[in-house]
Design a protein around this ligand. Structure first.
Ligand SMILES: Nc1ncnc2c1ncn2[C@@H]1O[C@H](COP(=O)(O)OP(=O)(O)O)[C@@H](O)[C@H]1O
Ligand SMILES: [Mg+2]
Length: 301
C-alpha cells in the first residue's frame, strides 16, 4: 500500500473513471483488495471486456510504471525475466584475456551490469512507488511458464542461478489476464485473487461509448448499447460464435457517426456487421430479419 493509493473502493472507482475506465462495484472491490492485500489479481473473461485496459488505467491511477509481459506459446524466461548480454560479456572476456585468471573473468561476466532486465525482473527491482506488472493472456503461455511464475506470484521473488534470489522491495501490483482458452493451473490461481470480468451491463457500456465517442448523437449511442446488449443476451447469444466486445461497440459507434447515421435500421446494421463481428459465420448470421428483430422495441419495456 502506497500513501497515494486510493483508500476506499469509491475513491478507486472514481480515479479509474477519471482515467476513462468504468469499473463496476465488484471489479473495483477486487482491485482494491488486491492493492490492500498485496496479492496478484487474476482477471478472466471473454476478449474485449476490459482486462488489459484495467491494468493500464490502474497504472495511471497509481502513478506507477506499467510493465507488460505479453504471453504466448513458447515464451521463454529470457524474454520474461532476464538474459545475459552475451556480446557484452564476450567483449569483456576478450579485454580481460591475458590480464586475469579464468575464474575471475567468469565471475566478472556474471555481474548485474551484463544482465538484461525483462519485465518480471524490472517489476521486482522498480524503485518506490513500484510498478504495475501486467502478465497479459497468461492462458497462451505453456505450463512450464506457469510453474515458473509461482515463486513470483507467491513471494514476489525469483531465483537467478548466477546471482541468487531477487526479492521485491516494493511488491509490484500484479495483474494477470486470461481469455480462458484453457484452464489455468490451480497453483497459479491459489496465489491470486480472482475476478471474472463479464460484459458490462447496458448502462455501463453506454457510459463507455459516450465517453469514447462523444461526437455520436446521444440517441444513437443509446441504440448501440441496447443493440449490443441484446446481441449478447438470451436468446440471441447462441446465434453467434463470438460476441462483440466493448472495443467493437466503440468502433461501431464511430463508424456509424462516419456514416452520418442518426438511427439504427436493419440495413445499416447489416452493412456494418463486420465491425461488430470478426467471424464470417457471425456476419452471415446477422441477417436483415434478425437485425430487425434485435431492433424491435422489447415487449416488456
Ligand atoms: N471498463 C471499461 N471502461 C472503459 N473502456 C473500456 C472498458 N473495458 C473495455 N474498454 C474498451 O474496450 C477496449 C478493449 O478492452 P481490452 O482491455 O483490450 O479487452 P481484453 O483485454 O479484455 O480483451 C479497450 O481498449 C477500451 O477502449
Ligand atoms: Mg487483453
Amino acid at each position: 500500500m502506497n500513501q497515494t493509493d486510493p483508500d476506499s473502493i469509491d475513491e478507486l472507482s472514481a480515479a479509474l473513471q477519471q482515467c476513462g475506465y468504468y469499473a463496476d462495484r465488484r471489479l473495483a472491490t477486487a482491485v482494491f483488495l488486491a492493492l490492500r492485500l498485496q496479492r496478484p489479481l487474476l482477471l478472466e473473461g471473454e476478449p474485449g471486456v476490459g482486462k488489459t485496459e484495467l491494468a493500464k488505467a490502474l497504472a495511471e491511477v497509481l502513478a506507477r510504471q506499467l510493465l507488460r509481459l505479453q504471453c504466448y506459446d513458447g515464451l521463454e524466461l529470457r524474454e520474461a525475466l532476464y538474459e545475459w548480454n552475451y556480446s557484452a560479456q564476450l567483449l569483456h572476456m576478450r579485454a580481460a584475456e591475458g590480464h586475469a585468471q579464468a575464474e575471475q573473468i567468469e565471475r566478472e561476466v556474471y555481474q548485474e551490469r551484463y544482465l538484461i532486465h525483462r519485465p518480471l525482473l524490472q517489476a521486482l527491482q522498480a524503485p518506490a512507488p513500484g510498478a504495475v506488472l501486467l502478465i497479459d493472456e497468461v492462458d497462451r503461455a505453456d505450463e512450464p511458464f506457469e510453474a515458473f511464475l509461482l515463486e513470483y506470484l507467491g513471494e514476489y521473488q525469483v531465483s537467478i542461478p548466477e546471482l541468487g534470489t531477487v526479492r521485491a522491495e516494493v511488491a509490484p501490483v500484479t495483474i494477470l489476464t486470461s481469455n480462458r482458452t484453457r484452464e489455468l493451473n490451480d497453483a497459479v490461481k491459489r496465489r491470486c485473487l480472482y475476478h471474472w470480468l463479464d460484459y458490462p451491463e447496458r448502462e455501463r457500456e453506454l457510459a463507455i461509448v459516450r465517453a469514447q465517442v462523444p461526437q455520436a448523437p446521444a440517441e444513437l449511442t443509446r441504440q448501440v448499447a441496447e443493440f449490443v446488449s441484446r446481441v449478447r443476451g438470451a436468446p440471441y447469444a447462441g446465434s453467434f460464435q463470438r460476441m462483440p466486445g466493448i472495443a467493437e461497440s466503440v468502433e461501431w459507434a464511430r463508424a456509424l457517426v462516419a456514416l452520418d447515421t442518426l438511427n439504427l435500421d436493419p440495413e445499416v446494421v447489416t452493412d456494418t456487421a463486420g465491425i461488430l463481428f470478426k467471424q464470417r459465420e457471425d456476419v452471415a448470421a446477422l441477417t436483415r430479419d434478425l437485425a430487425a428483430e434485435l431492433l424491435a422495441p422489447a415487449p416488456t419495456e
